[in-house]
Structure formats: structure tokens, C-alpha cells
Design a protein around this ligand. Sequence first.
Ligand code: RB5
Length: 150
Amino acid sequence: MIVSIASDHAGYALRQKIVSHLKEKGFEVLEGGATSSSESYSYVKAGQKVARDVNDGTALRGIVICGTGIGISIVANKYKGIRCALCTNEFMARMSREHNDANVLALGERVIGYGVALSTVDAFFEEEFLGEWHVIRVNDIKEQEDELFK
Ligand code: RB5
């Protein structure tokens, strides 16, 4: 699976951990965003990169990271076809897949520790969309998108 991941400076250190973790697990990783944690980088630009990669099919899933995960998740969710879930634990990541068919995970480096972040990432990739009645809700979101992105 190809995963696009990007962060601003405030998510840079966590991004390094996640990239190594995903590569060890055999994922193909496309990386973008800040090149260090000391130089300011726009979370808007980082979020746009991942959202575009997932939106155009370059990557199947994405991970976006900033200090809180808030700004970058707002950016990603402005793109058609993006269902970005800001998660602070494994349970939220599992639910985001099972119920919402989330395709982008947002994390806040200043919010969670590395251990919780990695287990959240693992849950996001392990869990599948449940389908069933959740399809109705996700289709409603898609219908809303069709209305907004005419
Ligand atoms: C950067 O200082 C910070 O504002 C950013 O990483 C993020 O938390 C915004 O939502």
C-alpha cells in the first residue's frame, strides 16, 4: 500500500518515527512537508500535499501531522474524497475506519506520545470499513461533496 505522509515543523519528529515504522512494516511511503523541526513550515501546504495524493489516487491512504492535528485535518477535509480523522488513540482510529471509512489520519505531535501515536497508526491500517449501514452515512457525505464540488 502506498501511504502519503506530511507534516509541518511541529509534527516533524513524530513523522520520522512513523515513516520508519511504516517502512519496517513494508509500506511504500511518500513523504512531504517540513525538513526539520526548527524551521517553520505551513501545515496548510503539508495537508494539501497529502490530500492531493489521496484525492488523485497517487496514494491509497494518508497521514497528516501538525502540533495539534487540528489545522492540518481542517485543510485535508476541504478536499473532495478525503475523510480525514483526527485521532488521539487506537480506539478512535479503529472507529474512523470501521464507521467512517477514513482515508487520512491526522495526529498531533504535541498531544500524544510516540507509543500511543504508533499504536494509533497501526489500528488505522489494520481495521477495515464495516460497510453495512455505515455505507449509507458515507454515501451521504459523498452526496454532500457532489453538491459542494460542482
Ligand atoms: C504550529 O505552531 C501549530 O500552529 C500547528 O502545528 C498546528 O498545531 C495547527 O493547528
